[in-house]
Design a protein around this ligand. Structure first.
Ligand code: GLU
Length: 487
């Protein structure tokens, strides 16, 4: 059987990280099994329509490296791939179920439905459409039903769920799932405006598009018995199902906007590498081995299997994402890193001097940051003289005799002819020995004078990247303007 899977988002405005995980698992499953990956836009709920949302979804799916074989942006033999362009189909199939006696007309007004729910609440029973007492084809009889239809009285079409028996299906992750029929609501399939509900459109499309496996989030698990019934009612074979574990915040609550970013675009804006982000997302609920975490997309495709997906919720841990990003930062080429960060720097009008120089700076600091976007904040002094100085550090390391020590050292520093790491290092070491100083009595004050900060890359590496003039200027400025005030 040909593997055909789909990612079927509703265009609500942005690509949710949970949506990306669903899309990714579908994609990995498709590619692993030489199958087809389909994008279908589920926009039957026109009240939730957001302008540009579909384009936005496609943009971030493409960013992540997930490719499709069929979809609204590509075409294919099973289109259209946007549900709002398929409305006539759903109506036709809804009516087909009525003819088969598997669905029925219902004419209840919303007030009547509210009263029904109130009665059920008072009686302590679960809210569910009561086919035996409400206004529908069965209680009204065929003639009355025809009458109402001919008078254009608004109606909905509901699924006729059996009163008895069980609905069973096998979930590839959860195993056998059994639900009592009587716990399943007579789901509305066609609304009074003629639009289909998610359930009808989803099942009709999965069938017509030849979907072999439905891989989706756990929040859709309660809908699956209805879908199984729909497949049975149509006389169609149901696809296999796999429901992916929920994404959770660190405190184990459901991942929500309140506790952090949930849109993929937020993470793009925050400078995460797509390889790192996709790698991180891939491990939310799946891990083939306990001793490996870094996977390229190709390696993910090779290793992925639904059997190894966990049942329990997966924690979306930013610390882990940052660690993952730092791993990619260590291994990417300097050229690639510079090309990645330059647009960000240009965007904030940050003067990075030249790409060549930027690459040298990145090389110097990449082990010390998790995300390249930290660069302007972490090492501004590599590109301009410090604007401020870490006062705590000054208090700690600027001693009685420091001014004197540095002034003398400064005179010698001016005379250095080879301004490189080794010379600076050897010279300073020798200077300390000769003058009976500890290396830190020079290094700590120098660091603050040159960088303004208490931490950074190795001092002599830092100095050697900067111009000799510039370093001397910085020291001189500090001695003249800042150090004097410290006395
Ligand atoms: N449109 C649904 C969503 O927004 C699709 C659920 C499914 O995959 O069946 O997630």
């Amino acid at each position: 059987m040909e593997v055909r899977v789909r990612f079927a988002p509703s265009p609500t405005g942005y690509l949710h990280v949970g949506g990306l995980r669903t899309a990714l698992y579908n994609y990995l499953f498709a590619r692993h099994n030489n199958g087809k990956m389909i994008l279908r836009i589920e926009d039957t709920d026109r009240t939730r329509f957001v302008e540009g949302a579909t384009e936005n979804l496609i943009k971030y799916l493409e960013w992540s490296g997930i490719s499709f074989d069929e979809g609204p942006h590509i075409g294919g033999n099973y289109g259209p791939y946007i549900q709002s362009e398929r409305f006539d189909l759903y109506k036709k199939y809804g009516m087909q179920l009525i003819e088969k006696g598997q669905a029925y007309y219902a004419f209840d007004t919303s007030e009547e439905l509210d009263l029904m729910r109130e009665r059920q609440q008072k009686a302590g029973v679960a809210p569910k459409y009561d086919r035996t007492s409400m206004k529908n084809q069965f209680t009204l009889g065929e003639d009355k039903t025809k009458d109402l239809l001919s008078q254009n009285v608004p109606f909905v079409v509901r699924l006729k769920v059996p009163f008895e028996g069980e609905i069973k299906f096998k979930d590839m992750i959860r195993g056998e799932v059994t639900v009592r029929s009587r716990d399943v609501d007579d789901q509305i399939l066609l609304k009074s405006d003629g639009f289909p509900t998610y359930h009808l459109a989803n099942v009709v499309d999965d069938h017509l598009m030849g979907i072999s496996h439905v891989i989706r989030g756990e929040e859709w698990l309660p809908s699956t018995p209805k879908h199984i019934l729909l497949y049975q009612s149509f006389g169609w074979e149901a696809p296999d199902f796999a429901h992916l574990p929920l994404l959770l915040n660190k405190d184990k609550s459901k991942l929500s906007k309140r506790q952090g970013d949930v849109a993929v675009e937020d993470y793009v804006g925050k400078g995460y590498f797509k390889e790192a982000f996709v790698n991180f997302i891939a491990l939310l609920g799946w891990n083939p081995t306990s001793d490996r975490e870094i996977f390229s997309m190709q390696e993910l495709i090779e290793t992925f299997s639904l059997e190894k997906v966990n049942k329990s919720g997966a924690i979306f841990d930013i610390t882990k994402l940052n660690w993952m990003n730092s791993q990619y930062l260590r291994t990417k080429s300097l050229n690639e890193l510079a090309d990645f960060i330059i647009p960000f720097l240009q965007n904030i009008n940050f003067n990075f001097i030249s790409k060549d120089y930027l690459m040298k700076v990145i090389d110097l600091i990449k082990e010390r940051i998790d995300n390249l976007i930290e660069l302007p904040e972490f090492a501004p002094y590599m590109f301009a003289k410090p604007k401020e100085y870490d006062q705590d550090f000054i208090k700690k390391h600027w001693k009685e005799n420091t001014q004197n020590t540095i002034e003398k050292y400064f005179v010698e520093l001016k005379n250095i002819t080879n301004w490189d790491y080794q010379t600076l290092h050897d010279f300073t070491q020798k200077y300390c020995e000769e003058n009976n100083l500890k290396l830190r009595e020079i290094v700590h004050p120098l660091r603050i004078m040159i960088t303004g900060k208490s931490v950074g890359a190795g001092l002599f590496e830092t100095m050697s990247l900067l111009q000799q003039n510039d370093v001397l200027d910085r020291i001189f400025y500090f001695l003249e303007n800042i150090a004097l005030k410290l006395r």
